[in-house]
Every structure is written in C-alpha cells, then in structure tokens.
Unconditional design. Structure first.
Length: 356
C-alpha cells in the first residue's frame, strides 16, 4: 500500500463485518467500503476526526447479515452510494460494472465482478494492486456461501479461481467478514491453503464441498436484505435518535463530548463534575462556577454524591482524565453524561468565565 493512502480497517462484532476506509493523504478525499448501520456514529466520527471528504460509500454486495450504513452516510456527508449494477439495489447514485474505477484524490479502486455468493458481488482492487477488498466472495481460508440469494458454486469458483487468483500472490486480501479473529490474508496464501478452493481443488471438488455445507440462514436475513435493497434507508426515513439534552459529539473512541462554549451558556441546566485533584485546584486557584469537585481517584467510591436530575458534564485540566470519569459514570448507570472537550485548558483559551 502506498504511503500516500490512509487506510483504516474497522470491525462490527455483532455481525463479524469488516468495514474499510481509504483516503488520499494529500487531497483528503475518501471512500468507505461495506459500512454497518449500527456503527454509523463511529464511522462518521472517524471521517470527521481525520478531516476527510467522503466521496462514496461502496457496498460489495447486498448483505444478508447486517444493514448497510450507506444511506446514513449519504445523509450526513453527502457522499454517493455505489454498488454493482447487478445487485438489485434501487437507491444507487452509481451502478458499478467490471473495470469501473472509483477515484479518491490521486488514487482509485478498480471493480472486479465476482458473482457466486450473489449475482451482484464485486471485489475492489487498489490502483497499485497491493490490496483487494473481496466482500463475501473470497474469505480468509473460506469463501461466501452459495445456497441462497442467486448463489452459484460454479460462478463463485470462476470468480475466485479465474479472477482473484490471477492477482499477485503478494496482494493482501481484505474480506467483508471473519469469525475467527483474522484480519487479512494474501492471494498467495489462499491459493495454497484455502481448504475449499486452494491447492489442487478443481471446480468439481469446490462445487461438491459448497453444496453439502448445510448452513443455517443468516439471523438478520429477513431484515437485512429488504433494507439493503434500499441502501439501508428506513421506511419512515427516521435517523437514529440523537440526545436532546446537549449537542454532543461522539468521538471515534465512543465517548460523548460537548463544547465548553455550550456548557458556559447552560450552567443552570447542567451539573459539572470536576475530577482534578485537590492539589491541582489549589495550585490553579480557579474553577467553573457551581462545579462539584470529586478527584478521579475517589469517584467510584463517591458515586452516590453525583446527582442524576441534570445532565452531568465531566471536566479536568486537559479533558483526558475526565474521559475516564465519563466512562465510570456511564457504566454506573448515568445516561445523560458527556465530557467537556479540551478541559479547562480549552475553557481558558476560549476566554470563558472562571471563579476563584
């Protein structure tokens, strides 16, 4: 992979799904591959924190085990939704076919049509062919199932053996799923070691294997497939509920943060929990008016002193230890809690009022 490409691999534990973010380091243009609806806030936060301009959400196929986050990403970033023209998805901004390129900055991914798991499966090869995103076609030591949704073991054999296996042996394989903690492989490894299609396996061997697997249907299939035919757009067009008690931002690490400016304007409506040490407070000789001081080292033993009738905003000198306080309160049952971004340092930099 070129050093000028930003690459992030993300994982959804519930569905065993990998999502991938690719971006051009210079232009900051980016594409997302195989997003997950429930992970939208995490993925959006990553795009925002890296200051990226998301151009496209690409689905490698119409998923049966999770709902795509493509529609939510388009709603929040204005990106285009892309997938195979053969996928049957009716909400595409661009239908992709063999040889098409999806560009981001000076880079691109090239489309390889790899049907077999479904008719609309595609794989995406980075322009330098150092990595390939194989969706549910080629998995690590496995492959996509072929027993539903237009599945065809013969087509899948052709897609893997005659298309993907013709890439360089060193090309890194990034699949859409793994259920055993593996994150990547290579074309060379799979050609040699894949128990279904590697080694000396021919089409007859492969088809015989696939037709006798007797797998249960995916748990989410009745929900996921209809939703994914609309790129994850809900029937009522309702976006996931956002907190109404403060304009919080979810960080990539999963914390809720709120700006010091908003806190300063709503002091009577919230409760501020200052988790600095007593020595720090004495040395700095300043605090936010009305704030409660409980050092982070004592918080777990003094939780009953923290009120629940107002949203709680955690605070420390730099906004780092107060993230831990946020986590402690959330795990202890506080639903309305957020960290004050940047702590007292940012508070002072923005000229907000303090008391001695």
């Amino acid at each position: 992979m070129k050093s000028s490409v930003v690459f992030k691999q993300l994982f959804d534990q519930t569905s065993g799904t990998f999502s991938y973010l690719l971006a051009d380091r210079e232009s900051r243009e980016a594409v997302f591959i195989d997003t997950v609806y429930e992970q939208h806030q995490r993925d959006l936060s990553l795009v925002q924190e890296l200051n990226l301009n998301l151009l496209a959400c690409v689905d490698t196929h119409c998923h049966a085990d999770h709902v795509t986050g493509a529609w939510l990403m388009k709603l929040t970033t204005g990106c285009q939704i892309m997938a195979s023209s053969s996928a049957g998805i009716n909400a595409l901004d661009r239908g992709l076919e063999e040889g098409d390129k999806v560009s981001f900055g000076s880079h691109s991914v090239r489309v390889i049509e790899t049907p077999g798991h479904t008719d609309g499966c595609i794989s995406l090869v980075l322009d330098d062919e150092d990595m390939v995103f194989t969706g549910d076609c080629l998995l690590i030591r496995g492959c996509g199932r072929t027993d539903f949704q237009q599945g065809s073991a013969n087509k899948l054999f052709n897609s893997i053996h005659n298309k993907l296996f013709r890439l360089s042996d060193s090309c890194i394989v990034y699949p859409a799923h793994d259920y055993a903690g593996r994150s990547s492989s290579t074309i060379g490894e799979e050609k040699k070691l894949n128990p279904r299609i590697g080694g000396q396996a021919n089409e007859t061997d492969f088809v015989g294997y696939m037709e006798n697997m007797n797998l249960p249907h995916p748990k989410q299939i009745d929900i996921a497939v209809p939703a994914n035919l609309h790129s994850g757009r809900p029937e009522d067009d309702q976006v996931p509920h956002e907190p109404d008690w403060a304009p919080v931002v979810t960080t990539y690490s999963g914390n809720l943060e709120v700006s010091p400016q908003w806190v300063a304007q709503h002091l009577s409506d919230i409760h501020i929990l200052d988790v600095r040490t007593e020595i720090e407070v004495e040395e700095e000789q300043s605090k936010v008016e009305g704030s409660q001081l409980i050092p982070i080292s004592q918080l777990r033993e003094r939780l009953d002193e923290v009120p629940k009738d107002k949203p709680v905003m955690t605070l420390c000198r730099s906004g780092k230890r107060s993230v831990l306080a946020f986590d402690v309160l959330r795990k202890a049952g506080w639903d309305r809690v957020a960290n004050i971004s940047g702590g007292l340092l940012r508070w002072q930099q923005e000229g907000l009022p303090l008391v001695s």
